[in-house]
Design a binder for this molecule. Structure first.
Ligand code: FE2
Length: 205
């Protein structure tokens, strides 16, 4: 009789829905309007909206599933960014560089319309539009943030190495990302973020 290798993780069946539901998720977290202090250039408009809509208004949420912390495992999940606009700036996630900065990530759009905003610490910037069926393969060394440029929730499926971690402080210390995604007629465009002072080099690997 053979004995199964207890060190081998078991496969997991997941059901992933266009509204961001993920059956079998092992973690769920939410960010509220009040959590986004300092993120938007027009802080007066952000304050006004928090005062009127409440600091507890949901602005984005994440469902994720992972089976272990080790370097070989994948974290899989969905991110749902609700529509919003602050001044002329579209609703964003906080954004991050992976703490293990060479770790890549896939984002596949399940519903809504959005942009993946991307910077490198040495000054490159990029903005890639996503709609259902479109995906972006984000290489390591790119700071990334989701932006909802539509009127419906912007939902993406993501997948990255479970040991990647997130450095959220890098963007705040830089005065925000290099570029902002702002309203332009019925669409969007990029403009330089006047508060951005450049990124400190990450000390992470
Ligand atoms: Fe990431």
């Amino acid at each position: 009789m053979t004995h199964p290798d207890q060190s081998i993780d078991q496969p997991t069946l997941l059901e992933i829905f266009a509204n961001g539901e993920l059956s079998g998720h092992s973690r769920h977290y939410e960010k509220y309007a009040g959590d986004m202090a300092g993120v938007y250039l027009d802080s007066a408009d952000w304050e006004r909206q928090v005062a009127h809509g409440g600091a507890d208004r949901l602005v984005y949420s994440v469902n994720e599933q992972k089976y272990q912390e080790g370097p070989g495992a994948l974290t899989i999940g969905t991110s749902t960014v609700h529509p919003g606009i602050y001044g002329d700036e579209y609703a964003v996630t906080r954004g991050h560089l992976h703490a293990v900065s060479d770790r890549a990530e896939l984002y596949y759009c399940l519903s809504g319309n959005g942009v993946m905003l991307l910077d490198t610490v040495d000054g490159q910037t990029n903005a890639i539009e996503l709609a259902p069926g479109k995906a972006v393969n984000v290489p390591g060394q790119w700071v990334h943030r989701s932006v909802n440029v539509g009127t419906e929730p912007f939902v993406t499926l993501f997948c990255y190495a479970a040991d990647a971690g997130q450095d959220y402080g890098l963007i705040a210390a830089a005065g925000g990302m290099k570029t902002m995604i702002v309203r332009d007629g019925d669409g969007w465009t990029t403009i330089p973020n006047p508060r951005h002072i450049g990124y400190a080099r990450s000390s992470a690997a």
